[in-house]
Each structure stands twice: as structure tokens, then as C-alpha cells.
Design a protein around this ligand. Sequence first.
Ligand SMILES: [Zn+2]
Length: 455
Amino acid sequence: MELLINNGTIVNANNTSVANVLCRDNKIVGIGDLSTANTSVDRIIDATDCYVIPGGIDPHVHMHLPSSAGFSSDDFYSGSKAALFGGTTSIIDFVTPRKGESLQDAILKRTKESQNCLTNYSFHVSPIEWRDTIENEIDNCISKGLRSFKVYMAYKDTIGLDDEVLLKVMKTVGNAGGMVTVHCELGDEIEILRNKFASVNCLIPEFHSLSRPSEVEAKAVEKAINFAKEAQCPIYIVHVSTKESLVYIREAQKNGQKVYAETCPQYLLLDDSKYIGDFENTGPFVMSPPLRKKEDIDALWEAVSDGTIQTVGTDHCPFNFKQKETGRDDFRKIPNGAGGVENRLALLYTYGVLKDKISLNQFVDLTSTNVAKIFGLYPEKGIIEVGSDADLVIWNPKIENIISASNHHQNCDINIYEGIKTIGSPRFVIQSGRVVVENGLMISTPSKGQLLVRR
Ligand SMILES: [Zn+2]
């Protein structure tokens, strides 16, 4: 199968050029003036006036996540389908064992749940407790290409780690040559605030936000960075949402420590005024960390622009309104999370590139290249060059859309970006050398995504 993409503007993280791209089966085999190649190709796409960018890689999604209100509403099939419509061809989800369960057993189970994933996929694996065998379990993960380990400083009654275990996990992963990704919020402090609000009957969603203030995130970021330094372990801080966190991240990076940071479109675009109002309008925005203030938004854009933050993931974890409603009378029962895997590229293009906050090359870096580099997928993914995988998006910078739950492909009756206008959208999405989305339609059922082996 040969596919030729003509006259597009190829945008990589560090260069832009007009050239033709030839894909054979699942690889890019030629870039340049390929007019002589035209004879044998199966399909020619004219990409004039479009950008040709590496397929998006979302480093942070939760498909089919169990919660007290049932599973998150996108499973691997529906969520990955939505991802493809939005120009994302690879996702990294999570393996979260139950107490007592080995990482390997949990990986097996999660691999079964992800059988119908349409995008390529990998997992961050969560050690949720310490035991004698954990060192071997972590080594085993790394030998299988699963080299990032997610730890939670919040949610200590279920999956969160106390300080002693956190440090031990970082030392173990650091020794083994892996990376720790960290959810930074101080669980104990949050618990105190939640109980305090509940005891005086303050139970509307606004108190979700007030029980997780900025400093609780920033202090956790500071602690995680210090632990990582002691453990000599690279860390990746997920969903950074506050300007105070950025101070610690910048400082560590300046000192040469391997500290990477991710933020999400919701923290770049929405603020905590979403928590004022009735439950119908506030419940959907309950997520952790919560939405912050305008000055945090400004600081995050600055950090995205100056390279302090390397990636934009979504933390995609949608729940239907009925599920959110289980916490109508008590914010502590609202399942945390919101969808966005489909909207990431269009939002970042519209409100980043078109608003002159980031360049087109940075857009590619934040949504694909840096993710591939940090998580061991580069240069197969994250760049358009000869030898790389043929996961590509042909981006039409002119297509306008109004985001809505009524027309998105995510399996959810809520979209937190409802009514927001975007400009720019995939005209073609190509995965493993095959066109899967064309002009807003899925033209063929994509072949199953590949479980990615990371180096
Ligand atoms: Zn998450």
C-alpha cells in the first residue's frame, strides 16, 4: 500500500518545509520532490494549503476507568475513535492494580480491556503500594517497554502513596532507568479541607475547588522534585495547573534536574468561575486539580511558550451527567474528570497558534514530538522523516467548528468546552499508512492499534 501526499506544508518541531511525503505500508519512505514516484502509488492526496503534522500523541488519558459512579463513559474503542477524529493517533493510558495485585497481573487485565483500541497505545504503570517483589515487577515492566510509572500523592485511601513509599518507588524506578510521572496534590491536606467543609454542610461543587487550593498542588510539586533529586529519578509532573507550581519546576530545570511538565487544555482555557452556579453547570467541571484563576492561565501559557512545560495532554476521563449527579448533594461523591481527547489539537491550534502564544512548530512539539521523546517513542513517532511511522495528520487550518456534546465523537453527554469555537481541524488522519478519517468521516474501520514498545 503506497500513499503519496503532495504539496503539503510539513511541520515538524524544528522545521517547516513544503514537500511531498510518500508512505509505504506503515512507514514514511520518501520526502521531497517525488514526482517520479507517482506511477505505482495506490492513492494521491493533494495537501495544498494544509499542514502535514505528525499524528498527535496524548500522554494522559483514562479510558474505561472504574469509579464509584461506574466506569468513565469512554471505553478504549469509543475514546480512541474520538481521538482519531481529533488528530491523535497514539494514547498513553494507565495500569492501576488493585491492592495486593502484581503489576504484571494488572497489565494483563488492562491489555485485555484495551483490545479494541483503535489508536496505538501504551500505559503508565502505577505502583500503589510497596512490597518485596515490587523492584522485580518494575524491572519486568521496563523490559517489556513499559517504562513510566505513575504515582499519586493524593487519593491516599486508595491508590496514593505516603512519602516513604513514594521515595522508595522513585529510587527503584531511577535505578532501573525508568521515569516516574506524578500526580502532585498533598492528599492529607486535601482530606482535612474536605472534611472541614463537609462538617459545616458546604457540599456544592464549589467546595471541591476550595478543598484543593493551588498551594496544595505547588507544595506537592516541590516535594516531588526534592524526592526525585534525592532518588536520582527523572520525573514528569502531570496536569500542572498553577503558577506557583511553575516556580519549582523552573528552578529544578535550571539546576539541570530532569523534570518534565504537562498541562491540559482545560487549565489553559477555563477558570474557576465555572464552579459558581447550579449543579447542572458546575458538576461537569469537577476534576482534580480543579480549574484555577486567570493569572494561572496566563502563567501556564507563558510556561508552554518558554518550554518550561513540554507537553499538553488531556487527562481525558469523561463521565455522563447522570454519573456526575451521584454527587449532587455531596461534592466528594462526584466522579472526578472530563473528556477532551478529541479536542486537544483544535483547541491548542486555535487558542495557542492563532492567538500567537505558540508557534506552529511548538504546537507539534507539545502535542506529539516532546511526548514521543520523553516517553521513548521517538523517532518512530513524533516526527515526519524517512523511516518514521506513517502516523500523520493533514491539518486544514480553515475548518471552523463549535465544540458540542451534540456533535463530538466522545461517548459522553457533556463537553466542558461546549460552545467554544475552534478553527483548524484534521482533513485526513493517517494511521499506519492508511487513511482512517477523511473530511470528518471515518472512512474505514482502522485496523487495531498497536501496543507500543518504548525505549
Ligand atoms: Zn489523570
